[in-house]
Ligand binder design. Structure first.
Ligand code: PLP
Length: 393
C-alpha cells in the first residue's frame, strides 16, 4: 500500500483526496482490498455501480461485445448505439439522444443544445439559470453552471451566461429570468451538496414557469437518474417532464458514459454542431443495454424505493437516539445525514475500519448512494455500522 501511495504521488496529479485503501475486487454490494478485507459499499463508485460490482449479466455482455467490436467512431452505424438510444427514449419519453463519455460532458452538450435553441427560437438568448449548491461538472462551462463558488475560484474568469438562484425558491427563480434567459437547469435531487431533493410543487412550478416564458427545462439526472430514486428519472417521480435530460454515472453500469436526451424543438443539433470520438461506442452501449435489462428484470427502481425507505427509517431512528446526528434526508437510494459537528471524515474512517464505505460530501455531511441491488439485510448491516461509528465519535 505505502509503495503504491508513493508511486501514485509521483505520477498522478494530486486532484483526489483518496481513502487509504487499495481495492482489488468487487462482487454485489461488497468490495475487497489488497489485504483481503471486505467492505459493504455504500459509495458504489459515487452512484455509478447501480447493479453492484461485476454483475454476471453485465460482465457477460461486456465480454461478448469486447470480443466482437469495441470502437469504430461515429463515422459509421453501430447496432448497440441505436438500440440503447431506442431503449432510453422509450424509458424517458424523450425523442432523441446524444452519447457522451461523462456527466460533465453530457451537461456541456445540454448547455450547447440550449444555446442552439436560443439562436433558433429565442432571438439569440443564451443565459441559463441554475441553483446555488448545484453540481454540474468540472469542465469550464459546467463549472460556471455549478452554483458553488469554491470550485470556480481557482479558474476564474468563468465563461459567461450563467446565473445562480436559491434552490426550491420559485419566486427567486422567476425574478432572475431576463431577456437573455433561455433555460433553467436543475438537479431534481442535488447530490454532491448532500442530497437535497426539489419539492414536488417547486419542480412543477418551474415546469409551468418554463412553459409560460418559453424556456427550456434541463434536468441534470447524472446522479439521480437510472432508477436511483425509485423511478427511472427523479423528475418523472416528481411529476415533471423536462425538455432536456442528462444521464451518466450508472448509465453503463461502470463504463464511462453520458447521454443528453432531448424532446421536441429542444432536440435541435444538426450535423457538425456537436460530436465525440468515443461517445456511444459499441462496448459502452452494450454495457448500457445490459444495465437496462437487469434494471428491468430485477425491478431495481422499485427495490431502490423500498430499500431507500427502509434505510431512511433506520437513519431517523439513529437521529432520535443519538444527539450527534442533526438531520437525515433521503429519496430512494440517495441518502444523507448531517452531524452536529464537522466530524464527517472521522465517521468515514470509523465506518471503514468496521467494513463499511461511506462518503463525506462536506465537513459534517455523509452520503449513501449504494448499488440499487442492496438487500434489506445489507441495509440493516450498514445501519448497525453507522450507529457504532457515530457512537464512537
Ligand atoms: N452532474 C451531477 C448531478 C453530478 O452529481 C456529477 C458528478 O458528481 C456531474 C454532473 C459530473 O459528472 P462527471 O463526474 O461524470 O463528469
Amino acid at each position: 500500500m505505502s509503495s503504491l501511495v508513493e508511486r501514485e504521488r509521483a505520477v498522478l496529479m494530486g486532484t483526489f483526496r483518496r481513502q487509504p485503501v487499495t481495492l482489488v475486487r468487487g462482487e454485489g454490494c461488497y468490495l475487497w482490498d489488497d489485504q483481503g478485507r471486505r467492505y459493504l459499499d455504500l459509495v458504489a463508485g459515487i452512484a455509478v455501480n447501480i447493479l453492484g460490482h461485476c454483475h454476471p449479466v453485465l460482465v457477460e455482455a461486456i465480454t461478448r461485445q469486447a470480443g466482437r467490436l469495441m470502437h469504430v467512431s461515429n463515422l459509421y452505424y453501430t447496432e448497440p448505439q441505436v438500440e440503447l438510444a431506442e431503449r432510453l427514449t422509450s424509458l424517458t419519453g424523450m425523442d432523441q439522444v446524444f452519447f457522451a463519455n461523462s456527466g460533465a460532458e453530457a451537461n456541456e452538450g445540454a448547455i450547447k443544445l440550449a444555446r442552439k435553441f436560443g439562436k433558433l427560437h429565442r432571438g439569440g438568448a443564451f443565459e441559463i439559470i441554475t441553483a446555488l449548491h448545484s453540481f454540474h461538472g468540472r469542465t469550464l462551462a459546467t463549472l460556471a453552471a455549478t452554483g458553488q463558488e469554491k470550485y470556480q475560484r481557482p479558474f476564474a474568469p468563468m465563461p459567461e451566461g450563467f446565473k445562480h438562484v436559491p434552490f426550491n425558491d420559485l419566486a427567486a427563480l422567476e425574478a432572475a429570468i431576463g431577456e437573455q434567459t433561455v433555460a433553467i437547469m436543475l438537479e431534481p435531487v442535488q447530490g454532491e451538496s448532500g442530497i437535497h431533493a426539489a419539492d414536488r410543487t417547486y419542480l412543477q412550478g418551474v415546469r409551468a414557469l418554463c412553459d409560460r416564458r418559453g424556456l427550456l427545462l434541463i434536468a441534470d439526472e447524472v446522479q439521480s437518474g437510472m432508477g436511483r430514486t425509485g423511478s427511472f428519472l427523479a423528475s418523472a417521480g416528481l411529476g415533471v417532464a423536462p425538455d432536456i435530460v442528462t444521464l451518466a454515472k450508472g448509465l453503463c453500469g461502470g463504463l464511462p458514459a453520458g447521454a443528453v436526451l432531448a424532446h421536441g424543438a429542444a432536440s435541435c443539433f444538426e450535423p457538425g454542431d456537436h460530436g465525440s470520438t468515443l461517445g456511444g461506442n459499441p462496448l459502452v452501449c452494450a454495457a448500457g443495454l445490459a444495465t437496462l435489462k437487469v434494471l428491468r428484470d430485477e425491478d431495481l427502481a422499485a427495490n431502490a424505493g423500498r430499500m431507500g425507505l427502509c434505510f431512511l427509517q433506520g437513519l431517523e431512528g439513529l437521529r432520535d437516539k443519538n444527539s450527534a446526528v442533526a438531520a437525515v434526508r433521503g429519496i430512494g437510494l440517495m441518502l444523507a445525514f448531517d452531524l452536529r459537528e464537522d466530524r464527517a471524515a472521522e465517521v468515514v474512517t470509523l465506518a471503514r475500519e468496521r467494513g463499511l464505505l461511506l462518503n463525506a460530501t462536506g465537513p459534517s455531511t455523509l452520503r449513501m448512494v449504494p448499488p440499487l441491488t442492496i438487500s434489506e439485510a445489507e441495509v440493516e448491516t450498514a445501519l448497525g455500522v453507522i450507529d457504532l461509528a457515530v457512537q464512537a465519535l
